[in-house]
Design a binder for this molecule. Structure first.
Ligand code: ZN
Length: 85
C-alpha cells in the first residue's frame, strides 16, 4: 500500500499516512476539506542497500538509492515530493 503525506489548506497535515490505494481521498479531520496528497519520501528512514522503490511515481516502479537521486528524478519529472520541502 502506498504511503503519502497529506496537507490541507487549513494547515492540518498527516505524515506518512498509509492508504489503500493511490486514488484514496483523505478528508481533513479539522475542516472536512479534501486534503492534498504528496508522495512521502520516508524522511525519517535510512535508505536500504537495495534502495527505496516507489510504485506510484511512474508507470514502472522507480528505485532510488539516495535522496539526491530522488530529488533529481522529482525535478526532472515535475513531481511534488513532500519531504523535500
Ligand atoms: Zn483542513
Amino acid at each position: 500500500m502506498p504511503i503519502y503525506d497529506f496537507t490541507c489548506k487549513c494547515g492540518n497535515s498527516l505524515i506518512n499516512e498509509l492508504v489503500n490505494s493511490h486514488n484514496t481521498t483523505m478528508f481533513c479531520n479539522k475542516c472536512n476539506g479534501i486534503m492534498q496528497k504528496k508522495i512521502s519520501l520516508f524522511a525519517n528512514h535510512t535508505y536500504p542497500k537495495e534502495g527505496i522503490t516507489l510504485k506510484h511515481v511512474a508507470k514502472e516502479p522507480v528505485t532510488f538509492h539516495s535522496r539526491r537521486e530522488m530529488k533529481a528524478y522529482a525535478t526532472k519529472h515535475n513531481l511534488i515530493l513532500g519531504a523535500l520541502e
